[in-house]
Write a protein that binds this ligand. Structure first.
Ligand code: ADP
Ligand code: NA
Length: 353
């Protein structure tokens, strides 16, 4: 069967992924390894766009990979790799950077947000060109005819109307502008140098839930913005995990009902429960009718602990066997390089190297 290709990346910028990462992206990555020709990378090159400590980055990269495997990514079914292990990412980023207008790059709203947080001294050129590296991450894996999808009759020369050379990228709202830039750069390159890249399509993740901060339920749960009490780490010990859920901010009422406006806290907890348990929110409302917040939170805490305890244990076991982890990463790098090297060969030739 023909499987469309999907490409996604995550930064190794924390010691653990969090509940939002898991329910909003990583759980779907695992599901998609069976329906897609999946390429998943830990984007360590992106992680140095802000000041970093080399030893910490090296550790976080390993921990990130271990967590992905512990969540169920299978290195035989999906290509799991570290971005810096495939030097073509940086090379293609340079070429694409030379096709990007300075003003065009300057319109990226995420840069404006991030640079205002970093201040003038902390704002690097790397942070500015971040979306161009992201475009390279994606376009390197443009499927060729016969690769990642069935061969296109007639070969190159225009995007097949059947979408068989599909290149899908899961994106949240905040990444849409970067994906659009990637599409523009793909088309620009193709127009100038000949058909090379497949412009990627935005892919809506099935069952992805947007999780909010446990202490500020109107704000997104985020590793950069949430306080320790507002965020649940995948690798957290069961004790603190339970406490955080029991202490999650709710309203002064007592009914477990979904109400985005008036009961943002309970609504977020219902979303987490439904996503982890597979029960619909209306069914949960019925189940907890009249029982108050206490029992609901207790059950949810158990559900979260039961979900993450095995992932935590597997992660620690994987980190204990560094040789095995390195073998997995070498396999991922080899597979990714196979595709990336072929793309770059074409790019170099077309650009005139
Ligand atoms: P953070 O926002 O904590 O910095 P990232 O931006 O690194 O996390 O996000 C990595 C992935 O996790 C992205 O696909 C993003 O959409 C998803 N994600 C992050 N936070 C949440 C959240 N609170 N709810 C749902 N998905 C999230
Ligand atoms: Na973010």
């Amino acid at each position: 069967a023909v499987r469309p290709r999907v490409l996604s990346g995550i930064q190794p910028t924390a010691d653990s992924f969090h509940l939002g990462n898991y329910l909003g992206a990583l759980r779907q990555w695992v599901a998609m390894q069976d329906t897609h020709d999946a390429f998943y990378c830990v984007v360590d090159l992106h992680a140095i766009t802000v000041e970093h400590d080399p030893a910490v980055l090296r550790r976080r990269t390993k921990v990130a990979v271990a967590q992905l495997l512990a969540m169920g990514l299978d290195p035989e079914r999906a290509t799991v790799f570290v971005q810096s292990h495939v030097p073509e990412h940086a090379e293609l980023a340079w070429v694409l950077g030379c096709l990007t207008g300075f003003g065009e790059a300057g319109r990226m709203t995420q840069f404006k947000d991030k640079s205002s947080k970093q201040g003038t001294a902390g704002t690097t050129v790397g942070l500015f060109t971040y979306p161009i590296l992201q475009a390279a991450d994606i376009l390197l894996y443009s499927p060729e005819p016969g690769e990642g999808a069935r061969a296109v009759p007639g070969g190159v020369g225009g995007r097949p109307p059947t979408g068989e050379r599909a290149l899908r990228v899961p994106v949240g709202e905040d990444q849409r502008q970067h994906l659009e830039l990637t599409r523009v750069l793909a088309q620009r390159f193709n127009h100038r140098f000949g058909e090379t890249f497949v412009p990627p399509e935005a892919h809506i993740l099935q069952g992805a839930a947007k999780i909010t901060d446990l202490q500020e339920p109107e704000a997104k749960m985020s590793k950069s913005a949430s306080s320790p009490q507002g965020i649940i780490d995948v690798l957290e010990e069961p004790g603190p995990m339970r406490k955080k859920i029991m202490r999650a901010v709710t309203d002064t009422g007592s009914e477990v009902v979904h109400d985005e406006e008036k009961k943002a806290g309970i609504t977020n907890l219902l979303r987490i429960y439904a996503a982890l348990d597979g029960t619909s929110i209306p069914d949960l409302e019925r189940r907890y009718a009249g029982s108050g917040y206490g029992q609901f939170k207790k059950d949810l805490a158990q559900l979260v602990v039961d979900t993450f305890a095995p992932i935590r244990e597997r992660t620690l076991a994987l980190l204990d066997d560094e040789k095995q982890l390195d073998r997995v990463l070498a396999l991922g790098a080899e597979r990714a390089s196979g595709v990336a090297a072929r793309t770059m060969e074409t790019v170099r030739d077309r650009v005139g190297f």
